[in-house]
Design a protein around this ligand. Structure first.
Ligand code: ZN
Length: 273
C-alpha cells in the first residue's frame, strides 16, 4: 500500500511510480477484460505480474502494432458518411457511438496524462478528479484513454478473431464484438474524452469493478468534475454497449450533473436538448 498521508512531494513520487508501473499491468487486464471468458477465474483474481520494465511495451501497444488477421469480414464497419456534429453542439457534448461515428480524419489536440493522452481542454478536469481521489486515499489507475483509429481497429478485429476462434459465425462475431469493442470510428476513446479507470487493487474490466472503493467514489462524485459513467447497467439497450463500471466520459459539469441527477445516459440527454 502507498502511504496515505505522506507530504505532497512524496505522494507525487509514489504516484509517478505507480503510474509508471501500473498502466502496463492495467492494460494486460484491460485486454483480458475484453475477453473475460478466456481467463480462468482463478487467474482473474490474481495480482498482475506484468514486467514493469517499460510501460511503453504494454500489451495494448503490442496489440496496436500487431497485424490484424486479413480476410475477416466485418459487417458493422462505421458508416462511410459519418454524421457531422451540429454546429451548435459544444465539443464536450459530441455524441460518438455506432450511429454517430467519428470521421476517419478526426483530430483533436491532446495532452499527456498519467497513463495516456486526453483532450487537452478536459485534461485538467481529469487531473483534478484523480487528485481528489488520491487525497481520499484512493488509488485510481488510467487503463485506457485516447486511442487512434488504428488502435481501435486492432482492438475490434482482435475481439472478432477471438470470437471466431470460439466458433462464432463471422456475422455473430462481428455483432458480439461490437457490444464490447466498438468498430473504429464509433469509440469515444478516439474522441479523447473517455477514460477507463480501475482500482490499483483490482485491475479487472469486469462487472465486479463496480464494488471497488474507487468506483464507488467515482459513481458518486465524477459529475462534480464533469464526468459521467457512460455505459450504465440499465441503459445498455440505448447505448448499445455493455455495462462498463470503469468507462468515464467528460461532458462538462452542467451536463454531468443533469445526467447524474436524472439517472439518464448521454443519448437520452442529447435527445432532450
Ligand atoms: Zn472505455
Amino acid at each position: 500500500m502507498e502511504p496515505q498521508h505522506s507530504p505532497r512531494r512524496s505522494r507525487e513520487k509514489s504516484r509517478r511510480w505507480l503510474l509508471a508501473v501500473l498502466p502496463g499491468a492495467a492494460c494486460v487486464l484491460f485486454l483480458l477484460g475484453l475477453f473475460p471468458h478466456l481467463v480462468p477465474p482463478a487467474n482473474a483474481q490474481g495480482r498482475p505480474d506484468a514486467t514493469p520494465s517499460s510501460s511503453s511495451s504494454a500489451p495494448v501497444s503490442s496489440a496496436t502494432e500487431a497485424t490484424a488477421a486479413p480476410g475477416i469480414s466485418v459487417e458493422r464497419e462505421p458508416s462511410p458518411t459519418p454524421s457531422p456534429t451540429p454546429a451548435e453542439t459544444p465539443w464536450y457534448l459530441r455524441l460518438v457511438n455506432q450511429d454517430h461515428p467519428l470521421p476517419r480524419d478526426f483530430t483533436v489536440e491532446l495532452a499527456d496524462i498519467p497513463g495516456g493522452r486526453f483532450d487537452a481542454r478536459a485534461a485538467e478536469a481529469l487531473s483534478q478528479m484523480l487528485s481528489a481521489m488520491e487525497a481520499q486515499g484512493l488509488s485510481p489507475v488510467v487503463c485506457s484513454s485516447f486511442r487512434t483509429w488504428e488502435d481501435q481497429e486492432t482492438l475490434h478485429q482482435n475481439k472478432i478473431d477471438r470470437l471466431l476462434g470460439e466458433g462464432y459465425s463471422p456475422k455473430e462475431a462481428a455483432t458480439e464484438a461490437s457490444r464490447w469493442v466498438v468498430p473504429a470510428g464509433a469509440s469515444e476513446h478516439q474522441l479523447g474524452l473517455a477514460v477507463d479507470l480501475v482500482s490499483a487493487g483490482y485491475q479487472m474490466l469486469v462487472e465486479e469493478q463496480e464494488n471497488t472503493p474507487e468506483q464507488q467514489w467515482l459513481m458518486e462524485n465524477c459529475a462534480t468534475y464533469g464526468f459521467i459513467l457512460r455505459y450504465p447497467k440499465d441503459k445498455t439497450d440505448i447505448t448499445g454497449v455493455g455495462y462498463e463500471p470503469w468507462h468515464y466520459r467528460y461532458v462538462g459539469r452542467e451536463a454531468a450533473q443533469a445526467i447524474w441527477e436524472q439517472g439518464i445516459c448521454l443519448e437520452e440527454y442529447e435527445d432532450m436538448q
